[in-house]
Write a protein that binds this ligand. Structure first.
Ligand code: FAD
Length: 574
């Protein structure tokens, strides 16, 4: 079979040169963490990254560009929108950030059902681009799938809690100690403050509802750096909120500013950009994976690299792709795929609903700078028991800010220009972050006949909404509108964007964890049940999606699994 990964391409000299203790596939949010943990423990670690190198500070070309200096005022021209409809739908894709996004034709895939696959292929991955919202998942999130019968987490909140702390202390997470069981507190730097409208809404909603709590958002920004952050060469967030251009201050967490340079300083890191991982090489005789096959992104030449342990951190769908493409006599349907479930149970967040409103007053209040987070309202549906006619629930993100252009009815001219320099009235924006239920039918698989530029089969996405998602959305519109009304808002307008899955950029699953090898691919330490020296620790490993943002949990799971791998290596088990 042409893709059989048991065929090794190198002579012995090449094998020695290309052998490491650990290989990490992907240098983004989770790959950076695996690399840091391994290098800290003295493992010679190879990080393989399909995209170009990005160096902190040096490779942020637009970070200080003023709005008026961009050719199109930081908007994308129509030609680009026509050529790249998928990536243009992402709110963060702009003239200032486009170089960190994958354009539509750069890596084709097949949408059996509409799926907006938003990607960042460079050292740092999407950690350069993310919105930095970071909350711990609660015990309800880990217990939920078993309670509701759609899965089973092999780990508890209590087991992950120390690893949340480990990641939070290093990455720097700002937040308030709110004491909520639905959103456990972490190791926080000082919180940002709600503005006057958000704070008023907080007191009105907290007293109107016994089951709801409005809190200041928690985010990966250094509000007051500690020694560990200064050691990383990072400094205080300047509240510029142009983060997706890359931050020269290191004010928000990225693997480029934090974990990777830290790993590099140990002398144990080898970072190889332009290295598209084709597959993982499985040795039938040894009964384990021995390395990774790479196609050079530019020359298209193939090279094999070897290690005792392989961490798959290419981001959810690409991790699925690599494993599905890792075929051998032992695993003809993808690495470790005895259960036949590889690529299945893909889920995401329901981001379709937004609500806009206005609120009178507060015209004497004005703020300088841009805080990088708004308010959050943790999930209040079906938390302790099933209460609604839908499963699980949703979190609400909301914020208030002043419109531009006080008192101008004109759309052009001097009056309009003057008005635009003055703040207008206040607007309130709410959005849903809804949990979706992983289902076998929501899956990805490989095309049998269409390949990409590197000779790798294209991914087919077959992931959609279901009736549960519609009911959750309806409830959000009702409850969100009611809450805005109770808070004194007017002109309340709901909007269903009907956006495709994927645009939430929180895709999860396909290589789910679990205790039962018949129902899952990975054990409680993220090792493949049937190939124990391969670990998958990015979104692909997730059993459910929670209503919380996912990346903090991906990072904690990665750090935990990497430390377990080190322990197992010391014992000679890997
Ligand atoms: C605009 C935006 C806003 C977001 N906001 C939030 C938020 O507020 N909170 C939150 O929790 N999450 C947010 N996310 C999601 C977050 O960025 C991801 O969850 C996180 O980056 C995933 O980490 P990862 O390591 O799995 O993937 P990535 O960070 O994407 O890294 C994967 C890396 O693997 C590389 N790679 C892929 N395939 C291969 C291959 N075959 N060979 C070699 N290398 C490969 C990629 O090039 C990439 O560098 C947001 C994302 C975006 C884009």
């Amino acid at each position: 079979m042409p893709n059989d990964t048991t065929i090794v391409n190198l002579n012995n000299k090449g094998v020695d040169q290309n052998t490491f203790d650990a290989i990490v596939i992907g240098s983004g949010m989770t790959g950076g963490w695996a690399a840091k943990e391994f290098c800290d423990h003295g493992l010679k670690t190879l990080v393989l990254e399909r995209g170009r190198d990005v160096k902190h500070g040096k490779d942020y070309p637009t970070t200080s560009t003023n709005l008026w200096e961009f050719q199109h005022h930081d908007r994308m021209p129509v030609a680009d929108k026509n050529e790249n409809p998928i990536v243009n739908r992402c709110y963060a894709y702009s003239e200032a950030s486009q170089h960190f996004f994958v354009k539509d034709k750069e890596h084709p895939y097949i949408q059996e059902k509409p799926f907006d696959w938003i990607r960042g292929y460079q050292v740092g991955g999407k950690s350069l681009l993310w919105a930095r919202a970071t909350q711990r998942w609660s015990r309800f999130d880990f217990e939920g799938p078993a309670r509701d019968g759609f899965g089973e987490w092999p780990i508890t909140y209590a087991e992950l809690a120390p690893w949340y702390s480990h990641v939070e202390l290093f990455a720097g997470i700002s937040g308030n100690y709110d004491g909520l069981e639905t959103m456990p507190d972490g190791e926080f730097l000082p919180p940002w403050e709600l503005n006057c409208v958000e704070a008023d809404m907080q007191s009105k909603l907290n007293s109107a509802y016994k089951d709801r709590n409005v809190i200041i958002g928690r985010c990966a920004h250094l509000t007051k750096p500690k020694e560990i952050h200064l050691q990383q060469g990072r400094g205080q967030c300047q509240a510029r909120v142009v983060c997706e251009r890359g931050c020269p201050f290191g004010g928000y967490f990225t693997s480029v500013s934090s974990t990777l340079p830290w790993a590099d300083r140990t002398g144990n890191l080898t970072l190889r950009p332009h290295s598209v991982v084709h597959s993982i090489i499985y040795d039938d005789k040894k009964g384990k994976a021995v390395g990774v096959r790479v196609v050079d992104q530019i020359t298209k030449q193939s090279t094999d690299y070897f290690a005792k342990v392989i961490f798959v951190n290419a981001a959810c769908l690409n991790s699925n792709l690599v494993l599905l493409n890792s075929i051998s006599s032992r695993f003809p349907n993808g690495l470790g795929n005895d259960s036949g479930l590889l690529g299945k149970y893909v889920a995401f967040h329901n981001y379709r609903g937004t609500i806009n409103a206005t609120i009178d007053g507060y015209l004497d209040k004005y703020y300088f700078g841009h805080k990088p987070t708004g308010a959050m309202l943790p999930n209040f549906r079906n938390v302790r028991r099933q209460e609604m006619d839908f499963m699980k629930g949703y979190m609400v993100h909301f914020s208030a800010d002043r419109h531009r252009g006080a008192n101008s009815t004109e759309q052009i001219g001097a009056d309009y220009k003057d008005a635009m320099a003055e703040p207008g009235g206040w607007g309130v924006f709410m959005m849903i972050q809804g949990e979706t239920i992983p289902k076998e039918a929501n899956h990805v698989r490989l095309s049998k006949d269409q390949k990409d530029q590197w000779g790798i089969p294209q991914l087919i996405t077959s992931v959609g909404y279901d009736e549960n998602d519609e009911k959750v959305l309806k409830d959000f519109f009702q409850q969100g509108s009611e809450m805005l009304e109770k808070a004194g808002c007017k002109n309340i307008k709901t909007k269903d964007s009907k956006q495709a899955p994927g645009l939430d950029i929180h895709e999860m699953g396909g290589v789910r964890m679990g205790n039962d090898p018949k129902k899952s691919l990975l054990n409680k330490w993220n090792q493949m049940h049937h190939c124990s020296n391969v670990f998958v620790t990015d979104g692909a490993c997730m059993v459910s999606t929670s209503t919380q943002n996912p990346s903090l949990t991906f990072m904690a799971i990665t750090a935990r699994a990497a430390n377990h791998a080190v322990e197992e290596m010391k014992k000679g088990n890997l």
